[in-house]
Design a protein around this ligand. Sequence first.
Ligand SMILES: *Cc1c(COP(=O)(O)O)cnc(C)c1O
Length: 374
Amino acid sequence: MHIDKIYRDTKIVVNLDQIAENMKAIKELMGKDVSVMAVIKANAYGLGALALAPVLVENGAEYLAVATLTEAIELKTAYPEFPVFILGHTPDRYLHKVVELGITQTVFSLHQAKLISKLSGDLGRISKLHIKVDTGFHRLGNYPDKNFAEDVERMFSLPDINVEGIFSHLALADDDSDKKQFEKLCKFIKLIEDRGYKFKYKHIADSIACVDSPEFRMNMVRPGALIYGMKGFHKGNINVESGITFTTAISQIHKITKGEGVGYDYLWKAEKDSTIATLPFGYADGYPRQMRDKGYVIIRGQKAKLIGVLCMDQVIADVTEIPGVSEGDEAIIYGNGLDGSMTIQEASELVGTNKNDIICRLSSRPPRVYIKEK
Ligand SMILES: *Cc1c(COP(=O)(O)O)cnc(C)c1O
C-alpha cells in the first residue's frame, strides 16, 4: 500500500490538496441539506483509500462507501470512527464481520435483515442498514412492489437494527428513464413513510447525476469519480480538477537509422533517422496495451508518441523532435491536461472505455506518492 522507498521512476502522484478542494466543492454545491457519501471503493479507484479517507471526512464527506466487505474492514480497522457503507452484497456467512465492526450494509431481503438483527442482538450492538431498491438497473435490489414494502416494514420492527437509509442506482440511459427510476424510488419511499416509518438517508445520485440533475439529490449523494477530479457531467458544472499525475523518467535513449524496426514484430519502422526513448512503464502498471499507435507522453513540454507494441514493463517513445532530450528526463503519462498531458478522459476515449476503467486499471506496481502542503 504505502511505499516509503521508491526504486523506480514510475509513480502515481496524488495531490491530496486537490482532492480536498474537490471534496469541498462537492459539499458546497450540494448544500447543507444534502449529505455526501464519498465513494472510495476499489481502494479509492486505485489512489489509496486509507490515504484519502481522512481528507474526505475533514472536507465534508459524512459517509464513506466501498463495494466489498474486505474494503470496509480495511477502512474500519484504520478508522473505527468513520461511518462506512458497503454498496454491494455481503454473503450471509460473513455478516457477523459487518456487525462486529459496525459497518452499514446494503440489504434487500428480509432474510438478511433478520440475520443482522440476530447477530447484533447476540453482540449487544445496533446495526445500520440501507435498503436497496431495484428501480430498473436490475443489478442489485428488490422491485418496489407491495410485498417488498411489507418486508421493509417488518425490518423496521426487528430489534437491534436501524433501517437508516433507502437507495437505488441510476442506469443513466437517458433523462426520461432516469426520471422514471427516480419517481419509482420516491413512490416506494412514500408508501412506507406514509405508514409512519422514516428513513434518515435517501439517495440515488452518483457523480454525474448529482451535478447534472439537482432534483435527484434527495438528502444524500454518492459521488466517486468527481472526488478524483473526473468530469463526466454534461449539463451542470462544478470546479473540480484531476488530483493525479502518472509520471516516469527516460531510462535509455537510442539513435536508430531510417528503415529500422522497433520492438516486438518490428511493428513500427523508422521513416527517417530517429531518436527514441525507452520508458519504464507498461501494461503491467495498468497502462492500456490498446494505446498502441495512439498513446503519447509529455517530455520537456512536448508530445512524444509511443511507438511499436507496448510491452509489459517498458514502452518506447519517438523523441526525435525534442531538442536536448536526455536520459532521466521526466515523462508525464497522465496529467491534468493543462501541460498538454493526456487526461484520464482522453485516455478513455482513445481506447474506447470510460474514465473509471482507466483509473482503476492503474495497478499496484507504481507507488502512490502523496502530496499534501496545506
Ligand atoms: C460506484 C458507485 C457510485 C459512484 O460512481 P461514480 O460514477 O464514480 O460517481 C455510486 N453508487 C454506486 C451504487 C456505485 O456502485
